[in-house]
Design a protein around this ligand. Structure first.
Ligand code: CU
Length: 113
C-alpha cells in the first residue's frame, strides 16, 4: 500500500469512530457500589440513538431483557425500569442504532451490597 494513503487511513479511522454516538454517562455509574438496588437504569448518549435492547445479568445468572416501554424513538437519554434483584454483581448490556445506521453496543457493571 502507498505510504501516503496508509497515513491517510490512520487519520480517518478515529474520525469515523468519533462520528458515532458515544455513551456519555450511566446511572448507576460503571463500577458503582450501591447500598440499595436501582429502580431504573439510565443511559445518556452524546448523540441521539435508537436503543434496541437492554439486558441485565446478576452474577452468573442468565441475562434478562428489560422492557424499554415506549422508548423506541431516537433519543439521547433512556430511563429503563429494572426490578429489584437483590444483592450481587450486575452487568448491563445494551444495543442500539446510531443515527447513521451503524449498530452500537456496550456494557457496564455495578454492585449492590
Ligand atoms: Cu457510524
Amino acid at each position: 500500500m502507498n505510504r501516503l494513503l496508509f497515513a491517510g487511513l490512520l487519520v480517518l479511522i478515529p474520525l469515523a469512530a468519533a462520528a458515532h454516538s458515544q455513551l456519555g454517562t450511566t446511572i448507576p455509574a460503571n463500577g458503582a457500589v450501591l447500598k440499595e438496588p436501582p429502580t431504573q437504569i439510565v443511559l445518556t448518549f452524546a448523540k441521539r440513538i435508537r436503543l434496541t435492547r437492554v439486558q441485565v445479568a446478576r452474577d452468573q445468572d442468565r441475562p434478562v431483557d428489560l422492557d424499554l416501554g415506549d422508548q423506541k424513538a431516537f433519543a439521547t437519554r433512556f430511563a429503563v425500569p429494572v426490578a429489584d434483584k437483590g444483592r450481587g454483581s450486575f452487568r448491563v448490556e445494551w444495543r442500539g442504532l446510531a443515527s447513521d445506521g451503524h449498530a452500537m453496543r456496550g456494557a457496564f457493571t455495578f454492585r449492590v451490597e
